[in-house]
Design a protein around this ligand. Structure first.
Ligand code: SF4
Ligand code: SF4
Length: 81
């Protein structure tokens, strides 16, 4: 799952799906237009920054559009000691 770090400046760029096509189901936007933010609504606004919820499908589109490099792949496994 992708995560949003404390580099987030709350600009909101990552949260919407394609903003170019009103009524788009998100999947269509993703296929046709590419990186326009999260297409499954997994990113929500919190008090100090945006956060990614468990609805994340790991597509990585949000990371491409973040102007601050605040979105990174989350840790999915704890390394063996
Ligand atoms: S994670 Fe990046 S694109 Fe999303 S609100 Fe924060 S700064 Fe903006
Ligand atoms: S990786 Fe994809 S599904 Fe997950 S929050 Fe980012 S845009 Fe949404």
């Amino acid at each position: 799952m992708y995560i949003i770090t404390d580099k987030c400046l709350k600009c909101g760029t990552c949260a919407p799906g394609c903003g170019m096509t009103a009524g788009c189901d998100g999947h269509t936007c993703y296929i046709q237009c590419g990186a326009h933010g999260c297409h499954v609504g997994a990113i929500i606004e919190s008090i100090s920054q945006y956060i990614i919820t468990e609805n994340c499908t790991d597509c990585g589109e949000c990371a491409k559009v973040c102007p601050n490099g605040a979105i990174i792949p989350g840790i999915t496994a704890i390394p063996a000691i």
